[in-house]
Every structure is written in C-alpha cells, then in structure tokens.
Design a protein. Structure first.
Length: 285
C-alpha cells in the first residue's frame, strides 16, 4: 500500500472520488490484449499529441493511472491525473509538460517516472504537495478516503472509491424524493478481466432498511430497463439480465460476471462507441 499512499499524498484533501486503472495488469489478460488491439488503440489516437510530446507509447509505457476529483463538480473543473510509467525520457516529457502549464494547469514529472497533471484550483495545491518538504493536507491524510481506497484497490484492473459529500446527502434528504439514495455514505467498485469479466459495485448506507429499499428499487429499474426497446435493439439486455443485486446489512452490492465470449462482445461494442466518439471529436490542435 506504500505506492498507493505515495500517490494519494499528491491528491488534495478535497478529493472525494478516486479511480485507478492498472494497465500493466490489463495487458497481461487475454481480454486486455483484445482490448489493446481494438478500443484502447482507438482511444489513444485521441491523445496523439500527448504521446508525441512526451515520447510515451501510451499502450506500452504507462503502467498505472489514477484520477481524483471532488465529490461535486466545480466551475474550474479541478482534478488531478497521475500516470506511472515504465520508460520515460524525463527531460523531454518535463519540457513538453512545462509548455502546457498556466494559471489553471500544473503539469510536471514527479520523481523519476510519474507524470502529474492538475487542473483548476488544484493546480497550485498539487504542485505544493509534490515538494519534498510538503506537509499539507492530502488524501493520504484523510483516514476515511485512504482506508476506502486501500480496501478496494487490491489486485484489480480497475477500481473506484468515493465518499458522498455530506452537503449532497443533506440536499437529497431535504428534497425527500429518494431517502435511500441520500443514505449512501460511500461507494466502491472493482473490475477484473482474468478469463472473463467480473465487476462489483458496493454502496455503504447508513442503515439496513434503506439498503433493502435501494436494492428493491434498483431491481425494479433493471427489470424495466432490460425490456426497453433500445436495450433490446442494441443487444444490451443480456448484460442487464446478468446483473445480480443483493442487500447485506447496510450495504447493497451489484455484481456482474460474464464469460470470455460475452465479455469480448461487450468490448467490441465499447470499441464501436470509442470510434463513434472519435468521429465526433474536434480535430487536434
């Protein structure tokens, strides 16, 4: 967990959502290799300028990536992104990143092989946290968020940890529409692709009654969604059918397991979506 804590030490304490992708682990799986040949390759074309500027082959040289954002969207779009690399021309990457810095962007190489990009109000804060003598507040010092990240991180290809802001929960309570949703305190998710697809999302609520209510309402939603004409036309109903929802104590779990063939089909559909998004994306500057 030392490596994770080192990354969280660069994340401002305001962060409430952290997600991570282990590209090194993904590349080692059969489904990951299929993904690399299709959707991932298409997606990296959208970041061609970054690859050329830093000299990185995004599919081969990036080992892990981590992104953190606040619990609620801010006008300045604040976030921090970190990429751990296996091979990096530090001088070249640092020079290219430095050219892209401004009042609302910090971009630099941290230590020997970690690329860090921060936006909005977090730009100056992340730059300060990156200094060796820094002792400022960070996600690594936030016990609730740090423990949630450490608990879910494990050996997963992808994971997410989120703490629902108290202010947001109070707003939901005052609106009175979905008291079970307002009861959610923490969310976590994990995805693995070893021999198939396994995904789990867990919601931690404040009490068992709200957990049962939320699981029941989500089950009703899924039953309606999988019969929707659009889901049927796009062939997505079988994937919704495979989702299993359970309430255990004050927690609700959504689990999805797909064999390799179905998982491969889902990745192919993801590739189609990426290509469609690429076609709509503005030309790179």
């Amino acid at each position: 967990m030392a490596k994770l804590r080192a990354r969280l030490a660069l994340v401002p304490a305001e962060a409430r959502i952290v997600l991570a992708l282990d590209l090194e682990r993904l590349r080692a799986t059969p489904l990951g290799k299929s993904l690399w040949a299709g959707p991932a390759k298409e997606a990296t074309l959208l970041l061609d300028g970054f690859a050329q500027g830093t000299g990185l082959d995004l599919l081969e040289h990036v080992r892990q990536a981590l992104v953190a954002v606040p619990g609620e969207r801010q006008d300045d779009e604040r976030l921090v992104l970190m990429a751990e690399t296996s091979t990096l021309d530090r001088a070249r990457a640092a020079a290219w990143l430095r050219e892209r810095q401004d009042a609302g962007t910090a971009a630099f190489v941290h230590e020997e092989s970690r690329i860090v990009i921060a936006k909005g109000a977090w730009a100056a804060e992340v730059a300060a946290l990156a200094k060796p003598e820094s002792s400022g507040p960070s996600a690594a010092r936030d016990e609730e968020l740090r423990r949630l990240c450490e608990r879910i991180a494990g050996d997963h290809v992808f994971w997410l940890a989120a703490i629902v802001p108290t202010a947001l929960r109070h707003r939901l309570i005052s609106e009175g529409r979905f008291p079970d949703v307002a009861s959610i305190a923490r969310l976590s998710a994990a995805l693995d692709l070893d021999g198939g697809l396994r995904a789990e999302v867990a919601a931690e609520l404040s009490n068992e009654a709200d957990a049962r209510s939320l699981a029941h309402r989500l089950s009703a939603f899924l039953n309606t969604a999988k019969r929707h004409p659009d889901m049927l036309a796009q062939g997505l109903s079988p994937y919704l059918e495979a989702v299993r929802l359970t309430a255990q104590g004050p927690n609700v779990y959504a689990r999805l397991e797909l064999p390799a063939a179905q998982a491969g089909d889902l990745l192919a559909r993801a590739g189609d979506l990426v290509r469609a998004g690429r076609a709509k994306a503005p030309a790179p500057r």
